[in-house]
Design a protein around this ligand. Structure first.
Ligand SMILES: [Zn+2]
Length: 435
């Protein structure tokens, strides 16, 4: 009898008690944060509960009224939840006038509630103060002519209106940020590239969108000049492989050629990503003036977007695109800053060896690779012609030369245009000053 009582106590009290103890709350977060919703805005919620959730309800509160916009039920496993352990999860739903037609433009509150998938079934919630914005964004572009070289740069001025939180230029899969046009309230401009890897038949557009998920685009007058990029064979031998592989990847093991191919492929991509990410370290004003300086009296060994075939022991082993100019003079020549700016990188960068990147403002940056020594450090302001360091052969370089490149909002462009005073005046300066 006593045994039965103990068993009963265990079954009736202890087991559910333990299950209750195992039950817990849910951590939830509206992420990315939502500031506004429109007609049907996608909302993402991050959920953390080891047992998962069995219900998610989203509602919008406006004028003291709550309206449900989403109600998601998930299969409940009340008694088996303790067997499972769920990692962080993501749920999506649409919220807006389509889901709750009574909503009108103005202030509101978004409320997300979840019920945890365990015995207690605790409810947790997240809230955000939002704006209902159903007025669409609008955008119109300048009336200027835009002659664009494939692989080159261009500038467009435009006027967004309505509710806009993000605007710029889109060229195929690429987007370029915009900035307020100095002394022209309401107008913005975007320095953009026509990336070398896009076919020349894409129509660039200006766009204006808002956090409620609505977007407007507009065309502008343009003409693209297709460029035929060069094809080059680069013969590599064991001496070259040994030099670059042991310098760039000293701890590595294995076949020399394979190590080289990894550097030439994976590391090249990583290094270019690091360069592209420097676009966020840009000044919101022009730091430069006049044409950019090339390295004078130098022999041009490679040009922008040369497609290189790597030949080893008579066989093609790799192919990569060279996104800059290789300029050779003599050994250890001072490398001048192409224009005024601020140093945003002065450090080793894989295939680029000792590398300096100078920011010139509004997403425009110049890149100097393979240096033997630095004369500047990150954060330094530099003047056009000032020495950044000395040329060398660090990184993926056979001999002493300067690898020079420029990028527009993280996309590498042909620097030749920026050396040309005429092009600068016609294509860039006339558009920002003559508005
Ligand atoms: Zn190069």
């Amino acid at each position: 009898m006593r045994l039965v009582a103990i068993v009963l106590i265990v079954v009736v009290i202890a087991v559910p008690g333990a299950l209750l103890l195992l039950s817990g709350g849910t951590t939830l977060k509206i992420d990315p944060p939502v500031m506004a919703i429109g007609v049907a805005t996608l909302v993402q919620v991050r959920i953390e509960n080891p047992h998962g959730i069995r219900r998610l309800t989203a509602s919008v509160e406006q004028d003291g009224q709550r309206r449900t916009v989403a109600d998601i039920h998930e299969p409940a496993h009340r008694w088996t939840f303790w067997r499972s352990h769920q990692g962080p999860q993501i749920r999506h739903f649409l919220a807006g006038k389509q889901q709750a037609p009574e909503l009108h433009d103005g202030k509101a509150k978004l409320i997300v509630e979840v019920v945890s998938n365990d015995l207690r079934g605790a409810t947790d919630s997240a809230e955000a103060d939002i704006q209902i914005v159903t007025e669409p964004p609008r955008v119109s572009a300048d009336g200027a002519q835009h002659y664009i070289n494939q692989g080159g740069s261009e500038l467009v001025v435009f006027t967004p209106s309505g509710y806009v939180t993000d605007s710029g230029v889109r060229v195929g899969k690429y987007e370029f940020r915009s900035f307020p046009l100095p002394s022209h309230p309401g107008e913005r401009f975007s320095l953009f590239a026509y990336p070398w890897d896009l076919s020349p038949d894409i129509t660039p557009v200006v766009f204006a969108r808002n956090t409620a998920g609505a977007e407007a685009t507009a065309r502008f007058w343009f003409k693209v000049f297709p460029k035929k990029f060069r094809q080059r064979d680069l013969t590599i031998d064991d001496a070259f492989l040994e030099k670059v592989v042991n310098q760039i990847d000293p701890g590595g093991t294995g076949d020399l050629l394979n190590r080289f191919l990894k550097i030439n492929g994976d590391m090249r991509r990583q290094n270019n990503k690091t360069l592209a990410d420097l676009r966020f370290k840009t000044a919101d004003h022009f730091l430069w003036s006049g044409p950019f300086l090339p390295l004078i009296n130098a022999a041009v060994e490679s040009e922008f977007a040369d497609k290189r075939s790597y030949i080893y022991k008579g066989k093609k082993v790799d192919e990569q695109v060279h996104l800059g100019f290789d300029l050779a003079r003599t050994q250890h020549v001072p490398v001048p800053a192409a224009n005024d700016g601020r140093v945003v990188w002065a450090d080793n960068l894989g295939i680029y060896g000792n590398c300096v990147v100078v920011d010139h403002g509004y997403g425009l940056q110049s890149i100097y690779g393979h240096l033997s020594e630095f004369a500047v450090k990150a954060g330094d302001m530099v003047k056009k012609g000032q020495s950044l360091g000395k040329s060398g052969s660090t990184g993926l370089a056979g001999g002493d030369h300067l690898h020079f490149s420029m990028q527009v909002d993280g996309v590498q462009v042909n620097p030749i245009e920026w050396w040309d005073e005429h092009w600068l005046k016609d294509r860039i300066l006339s558009k920002v000053s003559a508005q």
